[in-house]
Each structure stands twice: as structure tokens, then as C-alpha cells.
Write a protein of this length. Structure first.
Ligand code: C2E
Ligand code: CA
Ligand code: CA
Length: 252
């Protein structure tokens, strides 16, 4: 897999797919999360949960991340030209975050595509944001000052303290899928409510991922979550499919 992945990255065969993010109060599609996809001629589809860690461990993640990022900027530029206001959420690995001149590079690339940094959400997992707190906080602050929005991904699975969260200057918490799975259980429900209340107290938006049915969506709306994402609304899709989905969705 490793050798084949190197080949796929070198020949630019990693694709960017898009999953809609829905505003809970209106049902409108407010943006997308960009997710890497890889199809190998012999092995078939290989999921990012498999190939992203490999790419990280063999020093390929920056190049891979760059391809996904540039594809999403091209898409975002075209959507903007069509008058579609969509925010673009991109996953950022540890090595990308700590790359020298990362902020400067991102700024240069968004400006080349006539995109405002405010329409980009950089998703950093809770564990990365807290691994090297001072260093990460500094970098996140720098990105934020440059105008990018920051989301803490997989929130609730790491061990952030309230004071760390307060110092992080982020914009959103993405509630981990494991909480959404436990909405039927009263204790699971209280945990999700607690995260939403915490986010409110800190003036942060919340996104719930992994919403697979209307019942969960309704619960989350009642709890006051701001954005919903999951198979109930749409799966991640190639760009053309997403554009078709969006045109259909916007009609309703
Ligand atoms: P993540 O950032 O937490 O992304 C959310 C994952 O949940 C995605 O898995 C998405 O397809 C999946 N998902 C969305 N809705 C549902 C649902 O209703 N039910 C279920 N069961 N799953 C749902 P995916 O695409 O397999 O990505 C896995 C992980 O790989 C991502 O987790 C992210 O950490 C990483 N990843 C994906 N693309 C990239 C990338 O371009 N760069 C980096 N650094 N990491 C990436
Ligand atoms: Ca994510
Ligand atoms: Ca997540």
C-alpha cells in the first residue's frame, strides 16, 4: 500500500470529495468538508483512515494535503463565481500545521484563487491542538489573525482543559461522532448538551458529525447545535455530484 500510495500522490491521483454541512436552523447547505479519497486500480477504494496515517508516517502528508487543498480552492473559486456562498472546511494534519511559513503559504494560495480566508475553516483534531499546546496555540492564533477560521475536530475525544480551550482562540467545535451515536442514552445526551453549553459559554459554534437519521438531527437541533453533517443529509461526493446535489437541495 505504501509504495502504491507514493505513486498515487506523485501522479496526483488523490481526489478531493465534498460532504455538505447543513445549518441546523434553516436546513441550508452552508459549506462542505473536504475529504481525501484514493482509488487504486488493483486494491480498489482505500479509506483515509488507512492512507492518511501512512502518508503521515512516511512524510507524504504535506504533498497529499496540498493536492486536496488546491483542488478545493479551485472548486471554491468556481462556486464563488456562481454566487454560491459556501465555507470550505479542510483537515489539517500536525505536520502541515507546524510547517514553516504555513500561514503565509495558505494566504498566498487563497488570494491567488480570489477567496477570502474567512471562508476557509481549518480543522485540527483536539489531540493535535493539545499535543504541543503552546506551539499549536501560537500557530492557530497566527492563522486566525490572518483571517482563517479554526475548528477543533473530534472534540470530546482528547483531554483539553477548559483553560486550554479558552486560550486556543478557535471558532468551532466539531462534536465527535461517538457522542452523536449515544444520543439515545440519557447520559450520552447530557454529554452532548454539556459540550454545546460549553461552546456557547466560550462563544464557539458547534458542528455535529455522523448524523445518520432524522431522529438524531431533531435531537441535535433541540439541543441547539449550529451545524449538522452526516449521511442523513449526504455522503461525501466528487465535485460534480456535490454540485448536482446542491442545485437540487437549493430548490427546496
Ligand atoms: P474526520 O475529519 O473526522 O472526518 C469525518 C469522517 O466521518 C469522514 O470519514 C466522513 O466520511 C465520515 N462521516 C461523515 N458522515 C458520516 C455518517 O453519517 N456516518 C458515519 N459513520 N461516518 C460519517 P473519512 O472520509 O473516511 O475520513 C476519515 C478521517 O481521515 C477524517 O476524519 C480525517 O481525520 C482524515 N482525513 C480525510 N481527508 C483528509 C485530508 O484531506 N487531510 C487530512 N489531514 N486528513 C484527512
Ligand atoms: Ca474533519
Ligand atoms: Ca471528526
Amino acid at each position: 500500500i505504501q509504495n502504491r500510495l507514493v505513486n498515487a500522490v506523485n501522479s496526483q491521483r488523490i481526489q478531493a470529495w465534498y460532504q455538505p454541512i447543513i445549518e441546523a436552523s434553516t436546513g441550508a447547505c452552508s459549506g462542505v468538508e473536504v475529504l481525501a479519497r484514493w482509488h487504486d486500480d488493483e486494491l480498489g477504494w482505500i479509506g483515509p483512515a488507512t492512507f492518511i496515517p501512512i502518508a503521515e508516517s512516511i512524510g507524504l502528508i504535506r504533498e497529499l494535503g496540498q493536492q486536496v487543498w488546491l483542488a478545493s480552492l479551485t472548486a471554491a473559486e468556481s462556486w464563488q463565481r456562481q454566487g454560491l456562498a459556501l465555507s470550505i472546511a479542510v483537515n489539517v494534519s500536525k505536520r502541515q500545521l507546524f510547517k514553516p511559513y504555513f500561514t503565509e503559504q495558505l494566504l498566498e494560495e487563497v488570494s491567488k484563487h480570489h477567496i477570502s480566508p474567512g471562508s476557509i475553516i481549518l480543522e485540527v483534531t483536539e489531540s493535535v491542538a493539545l499535543m504541543d499546546v503552546e506551539h499549536a496555540a501560537e500557530r492557530l492564533q497566527e492563522l486566525k489573525e490572518a483571517g482563517f477560521r479554526i475548528a477543533i475536530d473530534d472534540f470530546g475525544t482528547g483531554y483539553s482543559s477548559l483553560s486550554q480551550l479558552h486560550e486556543m482562540h478557535v471558532d468551532e467545535l466539531k462534536i465527535d461522532i461517538s457522542f452523536v451515536r449515544r444520543l439515545n442514552d440519557p447520559r450520552g445526551l447530557s454529554m452532548t448538551q454539556a459540550i454545546i453549553n460549553l461552546a456557547r459559554a466560550l462563544n464557539l459554534k458547534t458542528v455535529a458529525e455522523g448524523v445518520e437519521d432524522e431522529e438524531s438531527a431533531a435531537r441535535l437541533r433541540e439541543l441547539g447545535v449550529d451545524y449538522l453533517q452526516g449521511y442523513h443529509f449526504a455522503r461525501p461526493m466528487p465535485r460534480e455530484d456535490f454540485e448536482r446535489w446542491l442545485a437540487q437541495h437549493n430548490k427546496h
